[in-house]
Write a protein that binds this ligand. Structure first.
Ligand code: FAD
Ligand code: UDP
Length: 373
């Protein structure tokens, strides 16, 4: 007789949502995490009464009403709308690329018609240079999408910092998802619903894990790998795919990010949650001022201090946190071989960002788990 129906490795959004629905279905779950806290990458730490997104800024956004209603049934979401600003050598531009950006970029542009004409003129140069070929890399794709002025000030150097590679050596698809709009609209996402849980993401995670047995500081490979079948009938694994198999086919590559967080003795440091630094002048990609995710209007000033994090993007090395899968041909092929091994594991579900080696936003993770039940 085992104690649990499911041993769930990882208390991130996948593991926690799985545990929630399994419990509702009458199953007994044990959730473990090797970190000293629950919540995976959405975990927030409090500094000066402000929720710090310790593993990167997280904004929940979705078009799926069922997903939105589900998360809101656990915790109310606020009205935060992501509208980052870009700083290029001291010049400020609204993002994503919209009428505000175009009027800031070209002082003689004031209407959608004028902006379109200017972009078309620049796009035409890029298209002509391709001589009938499709854009083969990120640089060519960006030049064909928005032209050289925007590419040079807002894309080129930011992308090089983010990915550690020249724009000519990166796949075109990375840039295709950035919206280009001929309206004055700084909302970064096209989704119908977005926001941050009121009180922070820990409230959401605590609700998902209410009534469920959990253990922190508990590494699956040290404590359960060889004997989990004595503890549970089934395993849900949300850790790195290659690690589960002891890296037997080789190591998958990852991109990682690190953060330098400090407290500033002012209520309002940069006036926005996210400022992207789009030139090589600064070594970081963006600066996050966390209070703006949850405090609006007078509330910003009622909290006398603020906390800011510089975000640095680096190549993954052993011992670092894995953040972004590197979905190039080499890594996709290796991941596929591991997936074939995974499919043969009995009573094991591989789920989430690390175990599927796939970049997932939060809402698709929620949707996927809801689909399993
Ligand atoms: P994770 O949250 O990574 O959870 C996995 C857990 O497994 C971790 O807690 C880890 O400690 C644990 N674990 C791993 N190995 C073991 C082991 N051996 N033993 C025990 N425990 C283990 N999505 C959005 O929708 N909006 C955003 O704005 C957004 N911003 C992002 C910014 C950054 C920098 C990053 C990296 C991601 C962002 N995402 C965003 C994506 C979001 O983080 C993921 O969709 C979500 O966290 C995935 O949940 P998960 O449970 O799969 O993984
Ligand atoms: N990007 C850019 N300039 C910016 C913001 C984004 O060139 O100011 C590019 C960059 O190549 C990045 C991609 O757009 O990798 C996607 O950026 P986004 O911020 O949407 O993704 P995230 O880093 O949040 O996953």
């Amino acid at each position: 007789m085992t104690n649990y129906d499911y041993l769930i490795v990882g208390s991130g959004l996948f593991g926690a949502t799985f545990a929630y629905f399994a419990r509702k279905a009458g199953k007994r779950c044990l959730v473990i995490d090797k970190r000293p806290q629950l919540g995976g990458n959405v975990y927030c730490e409090q500094i000066e009464g402000i929720n710090i997104h310790k593993y990167g800024a997280h904004i929940f956004h979705t078009n799926n009403k069922e997903v939105w209603d589900f998360v809101n049934s656990l915790v109310e979401f606020n009205r935060y709308t992501n509208s980052p600003v870009a700083n290029y050598k001291g010049e400020l531009y609204n993002l994503p690329f919209n009428m505000n950006t175009f009027c800031q970029m070209w002082k003689d542009v004031h209407t959608p018609e004028e902006a379109k004409a200017r972009i078309e003129e620049q796009k035409a140069e890029a298209v002509a240079a391709l001589q009938g070929q499709e854009p083969a890399n990120l640089e060519e794709q960006a030049l064909c999408l928005v032209g050289k002025d925007i590419f040079e000030k807002l894309i080129k150097e930011y992308t090089e910092k983010q990915w550690g590679r020249d724009c000519k050596d990166l796949p075109a698809f990375i840039i295709k998802r950035l919206p280009v709009r001929f309206v004055f609209d700084n909302n970064y996402f096209n989704d119908r619903y977005q926001g941050i849980p009121i009180g922070g993401y820990n409230v959401l995670i605590n609700k998902l894990l209410e009534g469920i047995d959990t253990r922190i500081n508990c590494d699956f490979f040290k404590e359960y790998k060889n004997n989990w079948r004595e503890v549970a009938d089934n395993l849900v694994y949300t850790g790195p795919l290659d690690e589960y198999f002891g890296y037997s086919l080789g190591r998958l590559d990852w991109r990682t990010v690190t953060f330098k967080t400090r407290v500033e003795d002012t209520p309002n440091y940069q006036g926005n949650a996210v400022i992207n630094y789009t030139s090589h002048n600064e070594p970081y990609t963006r600066v996050i001022e966390h209070k703006h995710f949850e405090m609006f209007g007078q509330a910003v000033y009622d909290c006398p201090k603020t906390a800011v994090s510089e975000e640095y993007s680096t190549e993954y090395k052993l011992g670092m946190e894995q953040y972004y899968p590197v979905n190039d041909d080499k890594n996709n092929a290796l991941a596929e071989q591991y997936r074939e091994l995974a499919a043969k594991e009995e009573n094991v579900i591989f789920g989430g960002r690390l175990a599927e080696y796939k970049y997932y936003d939060m809402a698709p993770i929620t949707e996927k788990v809801m689909g399993l039940f």
